[in-house]
Design a protein around this ligand. Structure first.
Ligand code: ADP
Ligand code: MG
Length: 329
């Protein structure tokens, strides 16, 4: 298949089927097909931009279902927009596909494209361009969103005494990877839950939209709570204490009957794509209200303190972690 046909058949044609929201339609002056897309940033908003590359065998098993690969790639990128409190608008897709391989088959591309647009439609984000080239299988997505000027949730806003909070559960990403790599055995209901958490992580966009004006700092947890909270600490020039007994663990993680392992995964496992955010004591009643109303699921797991680095405690005693987080190199 030629590059031009491939783009038209799997990435442009499908796009035409999309029932674009008015907002998306208005913001795309010119989409796929020219040398550049022309995009209109909504008035009084700032553009939030991020790019992430997923490499086969590193970020996903090379034999994973193409739909799953596509959905995971787009969802993890959407998680970066959530981390800033931004609303999704557009994305571009750079695909590197091995020549004469199963990956340039109609079947593979159709499945990939189906997964990609399922997620894109769900989160109302528009594919506006990309690049297609040959080489080892990898997928780069550049994501763009808009956030009210000067209201983005940054990493550098934490203060001493702020509570450290996380959304939903931690450790599921690492447990799911262990399951996929046959290092963990669990009942089938927990297996299904964990697999879904791995391939279809939920970008916490609804939560982050509510947290603008409440959170003092935020990021998404991709490399593990300790490693990622440390980014907030460094950017804010402070330290943090995590109360290990307060880490939120899913029923699947608890079913392992190995609390030590579950806590290690929650602290340093990575791939969770939950939000970690800080909230000053005077904003806590607003957060408590959102939790009570069922609008956000979040737990307090620690506190911002003077000093530097992230320290873990279990019932007030130091809790040592062998590994701090995922290291790429
Ligand atoms: P150029 O050589 O000018 O960069 P290309 O031939 O690479 O143009 O791309 C033609 C058009 O198709 C451009 O609008 C580009 O954004 C789009 N495009 C290329 N690959 C993809 C892809 N994988 N997904 C979506 N759009 C793509
Ligand atoms: Mg090009």
């Amino acid at each position: 298949m030629r590059e031009f046909e491939l783009i038209q058949q799997f990435f442009q044609r499908e796009q035409a089927d999309l029932l674009l929201e008015e907002k998306a339609q208005a913001s795309v002056v010119l989409g796929i097909g020219d040398d550049c897309a022309l995009l209109q940033v909504p008035a009084n908003k700032q553009l939030a931009v991020s790019v992430d590359t997923l490499v086969a065998g590193v970020h996903f098993p090379a034999d994973a279902k193409p739909e799953d690969i596509a959905e995971r790639a787009l969802r993890t990128n959407l998680s970066d927009l959530a981390a800033m409190g931004a609303e999704p608008l557009w994305f571009t897709l750079a695909l590197t596909l091995p020549k004469n391989s199963e990956y340039v088959s109609e079947e593979w591309l159709r499945s990939f494209s189906r997964g990609l647009f399922r997620t894109a439609n769900h989160y109302e984000i528009v594919l506006v361009g990309g690049d297609t080239t040959s080489g080892p299988l990898s997928i780069s997505i550049q994501i763009m969103g808009a956030v009210e000027s000067h209201q983005a949730l940054r990493r550098d806003g934490a203060s001493i005494g702020d509570f450290v909070c996380v959304t939903h559960y931690l450790g599921d990403g690492a447990a799911a990877l262990a399951l996929i790599q046959h290092r963990l055995e669990l009942g089938s209901e927990h297996q299904d839950y964990l697999r879904e958490r791995f391939y279809l992580p939920t970008p916490r966009l609804l939560e982050s939209n509510l947290l603008r004006g409440i959170a003092s700092a935020a990021l998404d947890i991709s490399d593990g709570l300790v490693a990622d909270l440390n980014h907030i600490c460094e950017a804010s020039d402070l330290g943090a204490v995590i109360d290990v007994e307060n880490l939120p663990l899913s029923p699947a993680l608890l079913a392992m009957n190995n609390l030590q392992q579950a806590r290690k995964w929650a602290l340093s496992g990575g791939d969770d794509y939950e939000l970690c955010f800080t909230v000053s004591p005077d904003k806590m009643p607003e957060l408590a209200m959102l939790i009570a109303e069922g609008k956000i699921r979040a737990s307090v797991v620690g506190e911002i303190v003077a000093g530097s680095g992230v320290h873990c405690e279990l019932e007030g005693e130091p809790f040592e972690l062998a590994v701090q987080g995922y290291q790429h190199f």
